[in-house]
Design a protein around this ligand. Structure first.
Ligand SMILES: [Mn+2]
Length: 285
C-alpha cells in the first residue's frame, strides 16, 4: 500500500468518522456469489466499491453537504456457504444495525443478498414500499432448483411485502408475468425519453421506502461491470432525479446496492460508490 492509499472503509474516512457509536450509517459488505447465471465475480463487488469510495470528493455540490460527517461505519463482511444461511446472516446483521439506529446499506454480491436486508427492514418499518432498480424483474418462482437464486429475489421479497415498484426493467421470463402488477412496473422503454414518470413513482410510494438497487439498471455504456448487461439501460441523471424526488417526499429507511462485477475498468466501481454517497447526501441533507 502506498502512503497515499485511503483507509479501507466506505469513504476512506479518518478513524473518528468511522466510530460505531457515533456513526449514523452502517455499510455491510456481503461478497456472496453462489447463483450467478452468466459471468460470475460479484464476490469482488463490495471490496471494489469500498476501495473506489476512498477516492470520492466528500463534498456534494448538489446538496451543498458533507454527509460523511454523520459518520459511516464499515462492518466486517457477511459470508455463508448456502443461500439460506446467507439470508439468515444478513438479516441478523442488518437488524442489529437498524436496532442501533443506523441507516444500513448492504453491498453485494449477487442480488440475493438483498433478501435478508429487505426482510429486516420490512419487519421493522410499517407503511413501507420497496423501490426496485433493475434491468430484470427477478420474479422467478425458482431458478436452478434454488428458490433463493438471484433470479427469484424480488419474488421472495414480495411474499413478505408486495408493495414493490420496479424501475428500468427490460428483460424477463414469461413465467414472471403472472407475478407482475403492471401498474408497479416502469419499463425502461417507456421512461427513457422524459422525466414525467418520476412524480408517478413518487406518488405510489408509501411513507417509508427501502431501496434495492441492481446496478444493471444502468446502461452498459456507463455500467459494463455486471453479470448480465442489458442494452437500453438508464442514464446517471434520471436515476439521480428519481432518488432525489424520493428522498424529498419519503423516508428512505435502508438500501442495498448489488451485482457489481468489477473488472480492470475502475469507472463502474466509482459510479457505484458515488451512487451510494449521492443517496446518503439526498437522505441526510
Ligand atoms: Mn438484474
Amino acid at each position: 500500500m502506498s502512503e497515499n492509499t485511503p483507509p479501507y472503509n466506505f469513504g476512506g474516512l479518518a478513524e473518528e468518522l468511522t466510530d460505531y457509536k457515533k456513526a449514523q450509517v452502517a455499510v455491510i459488505p456481503v461478497p456472496f456469489d453462489l447463483t450467478t447465471s452468466w459471468m460470475s465475480g460479484t464476490s469482488q463487488g463490495p471490496k471494489a466499491i469500498i476501495e473506489a469510495s476512498g477516492y470520492m470528493e466528500l463534498y456534494d455540490i448538489e446538496t451543498q453537504s458533507q454527509v460523511y460527517k454523520k459518520g459511516i461505519f464499515t462492518d466486517e463482511e457477511v459470508s455463508a456457504d448456502s443461500s439460506e444461511a446467507l439470508n439468515d446472516a444478513v438479516y441478523e446483521r442488518v437488524l442489529t444495525h437498524i436496532k442501533a439506529g443506523k441507516f444500513a446499506i448492504t453491498l453485494g454480491g449477487e442480488h440475493s443478498v438483498a433478501y435478508g436486508s429487505a426482510k429486516a427492514h420490512i419487519e421493522t418499518f410499517d407503511d413501507l414500499s420497496i423501490l426496485h432498480f433493475d434491468a430484470h424483474t427477478d420474479r422467478r418462482e425458482e431458478f436452478e432448483d434454488n428458490k433463493f437464486s438471484h433470479a427469484c429475489t424480488l419474488r421472495r421479497i414480495s411474499e413478505l411485502n408486495d408493495d414493490i415498484f420496479s424501475v428500468g426493467i427490460r428483460s424477463l421470463d414469461i413465467s414472471e408475468l403472472q407475478y407482475l402488477d403492471e401498474r408497479k412496473v416502469f419499463y425502461a422503454e417507456n421512461i427513457h425519453s422524459s422525466l414525467d414518470w418520476i412524480p408517478k413513482v413518487v406518488d405510489l410510494l408509501k411513507g417509508n421506502v427501502y431501496i434495492t438497487f441492481d446496478l444493471d439498471v444502468f446502461d452498459p455504456a456507463i455500467m459494463p461491470s455486471t453479470g448480465t448487461p442489458e442494452p437500453g439501460g438508464m442514464e446517471w441523471y434520471p436515476v439521480l432525479a428519481l432518488l432525489k424526488a424520493v428522498a424529498k417526499s419519503c423516508n428512505i429507511v435502508g438500501m442495498d446496492v448489488v451485482e457489481l462485477n468489477p473488472t480492470e475498468d475502475k469507472a463502474p466501481d466509482f459510479l457505484a460508490a458515488k451512487l451510494v454517497y449521492k443517496i446518503l447526501s439526498y437522505k441526510f441533507a
